[in-house]
Design a protein around this ligand. Structure first.
Ligand SMILES: Cc1ncc(C[n+]2csc(CCOP(=O)(O)OP(=O)(O)O)c2C)c(N)n1
Ligand code: SF4
Length: 278
């Protein structure tokens, strides 16, 4: 008798492509890549059922380093591309990879509306508080007093608070991870993928080239002292007073994800056009 045709479970290495990452030695993004591939294996997914969408930046190179479907798009525009993909192919697991420049600066507007729409996506932002790929400009999460060749004395501009903004805009799952703990990061990514709706994970991922002092983040991070709450008011208070290094799931909402067509019957474009005929 022939053995039943059951696809074997895959391992993290099966989700890694043959392309060798071009990141600087020690960049946190290597561990985020490892965490994503571990999470996909733990979720018992297959590369042909997963799409990774990104914008532009060192962090946005991730899709090429996996065997999943990938879309390395335009700077700041990963979320609209991913939203369209998930709307057209709800059967795919769609992950979005970004950086703090890509996702919070040029892509900031899309971030707000992706949280509000609550399409079932997992948004992983590798935050290194700097534009790495373009050689060290301050980003929206850069500390105001960070002095560099490009911004001597610092920008003097207050940082953006991505987690608070995600909560206020309607994200359904909010977590913070650290690249230096790839297993912990993988567990958070897997939990985010399982949670319905728009899941946002801020991954502290050091840029060792332009922010070498971020190597000390490993001494600053600590597990969040309390379990995730589903109460947005409580989550807001916690996030507003958070030291920036709490690791774990910080908010887990129960809003139903947006599904195209769920709010009424879909209409053919030709029928819609008829309504506009003079
Ligand atoms: C429309 C447009 N504007 C600017 C750029 C140049 N650019 C490429 S990557 C990047 C910043 C990336 O920073 P971040 O998202 O923080 O990623 P990192 O490289 O730090 O991972 C910029 C400004 C571009 N490619 N396209
Ligand atoms: S410049 Fe920074 S973010 Fe880019 S690969 Fe190098 S260490 Fe990583």
């Amino acid at each position: 008798m022939n053995a039943p045709l059951v696809a074997p479970l895959l391992q993290a290495k099966d989700f890694k492509s043959d392309y060798k990452p071009v990141w600087c030695p020690g960049c946190g993004d290597y561990s985020v890549l490892a965490a994503i591939t571990k999470a996909l294996a733990a979720l018992e997914l297959r590369p042909e059922n997963v799409a990774l969408v990104s914008g532009i930046g060192c962090s946005s190179r991730i899709p090429a380093y996996t065997t999943c479907y990938g879309f390395h798009g335009v700077h700041g525009r990963a979320l609209p591309a991913a939203t369209g993909l998930k709307a057209a192919r709800p059967d795919l697991t769609v992950l979005v990879a970004s950086g703090d420049g890509d996702g919070y600066s040029i892509g900031g507007n899309h971030f707000l509306h992706a949280c509000r729409r609550n399409v079932d996506l997992t948004y992983i932002v590798m935050d290194n508080h700097v534009y790495g790929m373009t050689k060290g400009q301050p980003s929206p999460t850069t500390e105001p007093d960070w002095s560099s060749k490009l911004a001597p004395g610092g920008t003097g501009v207050r940082e953006f608070h991505p987690l608070v903004i995600a909560l206020a805009s309607g994200a359904n799952f909010i977590a913070r991870a650290f690249s230096g703990d790839p297993n912990g990061c993988a567990a958070l990514i897997a939990e985010a993928v399982r949670h319905p709706g728009f899941s946002f994970i801020e991954v502290l991922s050091p840029c060792v080239t332009f922010r070498p002092e971020q190597r000390a983040w490993k001494e600053s991070v600590h597990p969040a002292p309390v379990a995730a709450t589903a109460d947005p008011a409580r989550a807001a208070r916690r996030l507003m007073t958070d030291d920036g290094f709490n690791i774990g799931v910080l908010y887990k909402g129960d809003r139903a994800p947006f599904r195209p067509g769920a709010n009424g019957p879909e209409r053919a474009v030709a029928d819609l056009e008829k309504g506009f005929q003079l």
